[in-house]
Design a binder for this molecule. Structure first.
Ligand code: UDP
Ligand code: MG
Length: 311
């Protein structure tokens, strides 16, 4: 049998897109041996029914359906675990990651043997605010984190069996895939493609969601925020020390005078705020440690549907 390509797609309320996705994948992967794994991440629309219909019409399609919405990261993890392929291609189910480009990834992999073949998109058509915030995020995280991330390089990529197994060997629960892909290493190739708007429906990401995603990237791959807290404390000590010396000198020269109400309040508020921020930073790490030690499963699969025979 020829090499098997597993296409893994997380789907949250993508009922309107799945049939088109399947049709395009069938067309693009014509002549290759492939399977499509749809992970229904607790959709509230007809995603389950549509995907189930696809599994019944075609034995190349497998449906994993979560018991509720767990998020894209757990959905990807479930898909990667289920994938039987010699290479796995991760793609969104809203057709923003064109199956034709996925085919190019497969070809590049055959040609070069690279363990990671990444599809990098430009940001054409994205909102100004989101583009700006993304830029800021990449600058920030590359400055802080132990891994390098590149704007436009996301989950749309091909991973060899070795790369997938390496990812699956990482035991952490709070997964930030963009960082993990970079962390596992392996030879990589990149192709670029035009950013496309979603076929149907709307994005499931809110600003708040994106923000906490960015935060989990920083916390997951860097201890620097903790170090910043230490530095803040040290700078604070230096200031306090200089201030006290100045007070003593003044006292020696002019004696005691009772004013400086504003200074006192100012210093209290300043130190209080620094303490609060520091506790918040430390709290973020502790919260994640707490999540990890609870060791709950990353998702619950309620249905796993694949037709055994037919085509
Ligand atoms: N997705 C998911 N669970 C979620 C949110 C999103 O499985 O809780 C899937 C979604 O169906 C899509 C992919 O993740 O296939 C990317 O989501 P979306 O298109 O909303 O995000 P964007 O394209 O804006 O990054
Ligand atoms: Mg999308």
């Amino acid at each position: 049998m020829s090499k098997l390509f597993s296409l893994v797609t997380p789907a949250h309320n993508e009922g309107a897109n799945l049939e088109l996705l399947h049709a395009e994948v069938s067309k693009a992967f014509e002549g290759l041996n492939w399977e499509l794994i749809i992970v229904n991440d607790g959709s509230t629309d007809d995603t389950f029914a549509v995907a189930k219909g696809l599994t019944q019409a075609n034995r190349r399609v497998r449906l994993l359906s979560f018991s509720r919405n767990f998020g894209k990261e757990p959905a990807l993890l479930a898909g990667l675990k289920a994938a039987a392929g010699d290479a796995v291609i991760i793609l969104d189910s809203d057709l923003q990651h064109p199956p034709a480009v996925a085919r190019q990834l497969a070809e590049k992999h055959e040609e070069t043997g690279a363990d990671q073949v990444i599809a990098r998109r430009n940001r054409k058509g994205d909102g100004i605010i989101r583009t700006g915030l993304s830029r800021l995020f990449y600058r920030f995280i590359n400055h802080l984190a132990t891994v390098r991330l590149t704007d436009g390089e996301g989950d749309f990529r091909l991973l060899s069996r070795a790369a997938v197994d390496s990812l699956l060997a990482l035991p952490e629960h709070n997964r930030f895939s963009k960082g993990l892909y970079s962390w596992i290493g392996y030879p990589r190739e990149t192709i670029t493609y035009e950013n496309a708007p979603r076929a149907h429906g709307k994005t499931s990401w809110s600003m708040h969601g994106l923000f906490s995603y960015a935060l989990s990237g920083v916390i997951g791959f860097s201890a620097k925020p903790l170090r910043v807290v230490t530095w803040l404390g040290m700078v604070g000590i230096l200031f306090a020390f200089a201030y006290v010396i100045w007070l003593i000198v003044r006292w020696a020269m002019y004696g005691v005078e009772v004013d400086g109400y504003l200074t006192t309040i100012g210093v209290i508020v300043f130190i209080g705020s620094i303490l609060m921020v520091s506790l918040g930073v430390i709290g973020e790490y502790i919260a994640r440690i707490f999540e990890e030690v609870k060791n709950r499963p990353d998702y619950i699969i309620a249905h796993d549907i694949q037709q055994e025979t037919g085509d």
